[in-house]
Structure formats: structure tokens, C-alpha cells
Design a protein around this ligand. Structure first.
Ligand code: PLP
Length: 402
């Protein structure tokens, strides 16, 4: 009977468009809080169940429930994927075991002798994937400043097949004009991938701006509580989905049912969390800029940020990320020793405020020379502003600086 019920609601479960159509007119705040299906069609449970099963009983040779084995398909993961695809206006989403699994999965689209352009200032793990995996597979890569379209054009080769953009970049907060880059890339038949981890679809929808694929470290804002590692790839076409579906079956990087549920639960509060991260970060960036011990602040919400106009054009918010340079290593050491409420830890995007030291933590894969060129000095710190009371956070920064 349960199987029949699932088959009966197949239109709802399997045909993603039916789900999206039903929610098309709703706002993102409603979509995240309620999810794609939002409840279990069998029992009516409003917390989508954790289907902790690896395999599924078949009805017969011909009749089936569409579920067979959890590496290939799992109802909990599917609900998370459907919700992510719905939010990004994609054709399909794939939930994987980490943000790096999402990036690596997309990089498998490149064949030997092809070339990819990658943001010069990306997450260190992405650089490592390019160094270790792409080179080994004879795929050429060049890092480029995507804020400069002329540089992008100059570095595009006849065999360039993909552009991998992180915007805003990690940790220098550079902003690339997604629509302009896509226009150029598409005139050359190049696929554009955007790592949208910092802003999420709540603030920025790369597919609507022309991009072909979006990747996330869902470990960050999507799940939002520093308690689950996850990644997501959202694609625009059936062809891309078919390719990735096959790779998922081969590599088996799928997100577990429990982690899919945690990510889905975190996602419910994405809108309120992002609004609060945004609000807190604005005040903290301003405070840092006015503090005499802070040499420079990198924050996309400053009106004098070099790409402020682009941010206003393509994003609905500035996010919760700030980098700042203290200019003196002794002050950095003291600051990290004294900071108390804000935790000195890697990662970002959770409800807890975290501060990290990119040169020795997140960007060790980038050579010192390349780091210095980008501005990732030994005295740069990156702050992921959480959702705590902003005055408490400012007091903590103030005492640590003093
Ligand atoms: N993309 C960005 C922008 C990141 O900051 C990170 C991790 O910090 C990743 C991807 C990799 O994600 P994960 O740690 O979930 O593998």
C-alpha cells in the first residue's frame, strides 16, 4: 500500500517540474521554510522523514517505486536536492558529501587537453583539486582575475571549455560580473560554473544571471549550524543532469540520509539567518573600518568597494563575510589569543561567528608568492559573522584589539 501510495504521488515525487510549478509564485522565504514537497506524502509527517534505508523492496519486474538503492536515489536526499534546485531555478540538484565533492564532480566534465579558467582568489581546496586532479588528467588550468573581463578574454584559449568563478571570492571579497562573463563565455561555447557558497541562492541566483552550473559547500550557510559536511551541484539542463547522475553512480559521493535531513532542516531557516548575517556584518565591517588598529577591511557592502555596483546589480544582499588586515603579526597573534566569543576556527556560514587566518589555515595550498600578490598577507584575518547579538560581537572584537 505504501508503495502504491508512492507510485500514486509519482507526479509529485518524480516530476520535479510539477513541484516547482506549484511553488513558482511563492517567495524564497516561504520556499526555504517549506521545502519542495515539504512533507512526507505517505504519512503527512511535516518533518521530511530520514529514509535510513540502503535498499528498497520491488513490487514486481515491471511495477516499481522508482527507488532501488540509496547510492542512486534516496527520498530524503531527493527532497533536499529538489528544494535546492527549486531555489536556484535549476533543472536538477545533486547533494554530495562535501563542497569539495561538488567541485570535483563538476571538474570531471573536463576531458584531457581541455582548458579551464579558475578565479585567482578561490578557496584553497579548489586550487588543490586543480593542481592534483586536473594536471593528472592532463587538463590545463589558468587562474585569472574575473573582475577584469579583458584579462579573462586574454587568457581564454581555443580549448577553454569551462570557467570556474567564485564570487565574492574567498578571502579577498572580489566580485565578478556573472552576466557579463557568461555572455562572453557563451559566445565561445564555454560552460560557466559559479561557486555560490558565500551568498547562497537567497542573495544571488547565478543560473538566472546566465551561469550553467552552481556549486555549494552546503557545509556553510545552506546547512548553517557547523554540524554537517555537505555539497550541492545545481545544473540547468537535462544533459548535464544525465552526465552527473552517471558520475554520482560511479563515484558514489552521495550525501547520507541523515546529513541530507540535517541540511534540509538547516535550510528551513536560511532566509532569517542570511538576513541576520547580513545585518550584523554591515555593522561589524563599519566598526572595523573605523578602528585605528585595523589597516584595511574587505567587505562587498562598502559603497567604495571596487565592484559595489556589480554587487547591487546581481545580489540581493552582501552576506556575512569580512576580511581585514591588521598589518602587524604581533597584533594578529594577540587578537587570536584574546578573541573569546568569536571562535578562532576554520569554516564559515554557521550561526556561530568564526575568525580564521587564511595564510595558515584555509589557503595553505596557495603559494606564499601567489597569496601576497592577491593580498592574502600573513596579517589578514577572515571573519564569518554569525547571528549572535551584534553588540556582543563588537565588544569581543574591541577587547581583543585593545
Ligand atoms: N567553496 C568555498 C567557497 C569554501 O569556502 C569551501 C570550504 O571552506 C569549499 C568550497 C569546500 O567545501 P567543503 O569544506 O564542504 O568541502
Amino acid at each position: 500500500e505504501i508503495a502504491q501510495c508512492l507510485v500514486g504521488s509519482e507526479m509529485c515525487i518524480r516530476d520535479s517540474y510539477t513541484v516547482y510549478d506549484k511553488k513558482e509564485n511563492l517567495h524564497d522565504e516561504t520556499k526555504v521554510a517549506r521545502g519542495a514537497l515539504g512533507h512526507d506524502p505517505v504519512t503527512g509527517a511535516i518533518s521530511f522523514p530520514i529514509f535510513q534505508a540502503t535498499t528498497y523492496r520491488h513490487i514486481g519486474i515491471i511495477e516499481n517505486t522508482n527507488y532501488n538503492y540509496s547510492r542512486i536515489i534516496n527520498p530524503t536526499r531527493e527532497e533536499f536536492e529538489r528544494t535546492m534546485a527549486m531555489l536556484d531555478h535549476g533543472y536538477r540538484a545533486f547533494a554530495v558529501s562535501s563542497g569539495m565533492a561538488a567541485t570535483s564532480l563538476v571538474l570531471t566534465m573536463l576531458k584531457p587537453k581541455e582548458h579551464i579558467l579558475v578565479s585567482d582568489d578561490v578557496y584553497g581546496g579548489t586550487v588543490r583539486a586543480c593542481d592534483e586532479v586536473l594536471k593528472y588528467n592532463e587538463v590545463e588550468y589558468t587562474q585569472v582575475d574575473f573582475t577584469d573581463l579583458e584579462e579573462v578574454k586574454k587568457n581564454t584559449k581555443p580549448n577553454t571549455k569551462m570557467m570556474f568563478i567564485e564570487t565574492p571570492t574567498n578571502p579577498m571579497m572580489k566580485v565578478a560580473d556573472i552576466a557579463e562573463i557568461c555572455k562572453y563565455a557563451h559566445s565561445k561555447g564555454i560552460t560557466v560554473v559559479v561557486d555560490n557558497t558565500f551568498l547562497t541562492s537567497y542573495f544571488q541566483k547565478p543560473l538566472d544571471l546566465g551561469a550553467d552550473i552552481v556549486v555549494y559547500s552546503a557545509t556553510k550557510y545552506i546547512a548553517g549550524h557547523n554540524d554537517v559536511l555537505a555539497g550541492v551541484v545545481v545544473v540547468k539542463t537535462k544533459e548535464q543532469a544525465d552526465y552527473l547522475n552517471l558520475q554520482m553512480a560511479i563515484y558514489g559521493a552521495c550525501l547520507s540520509p541523515m546529513d541530507s535531513w540535517l541540511a534540509l532542516r538547516g535550510l528551513k531557516t536560511l532566509a532569517v539567518r542570511m538576513d541576520r548575517h547580513n545585518e550584523n556584518a554591515k555593522k561589524i565591517a563599519e566598526f572595523l573600518r573605523n578602528h585605528p588598529k585595523v589597516k584595511k577591511v574587505y567587505y562587498v557592502g562598502f559603497e567604495d568597494h571596487p565592484q559595489y555596483d556589480i554587487t547591487l546589480k546581481q545580489s540581493k544582499g552582501f552576506g556575512g563575510m569580512i576580511s581585514f588586515d591588521l598589518g602587524d603579526i604581533k597584533t594578529v597573534n594577540k587578537f587570536l589569543e584574546k578573541i573569546n566569543l568569536i571562535l578562532f576556527a576554520e569554516s564559515l556560514g554557521g550561526v556561530e561567528s568564526l575568525v580564521t587566518h587564511p595564510a595558515t589555515r584555509t589557503h595553505t595550498e596557495v603559494s606564499k608568492e601567489a597569496r601576497e600578490k592577491l593580498g592574502i598577507t600573513d596579517t589578514l584575518l577572515r571573519l564569518s559573522v554569525g547571528i549572535e547579538n551584534v553588540d556582543d560581537l563588537i565588544d569581543d572584537i574591541k577587547q581583543a584589539l585593545e
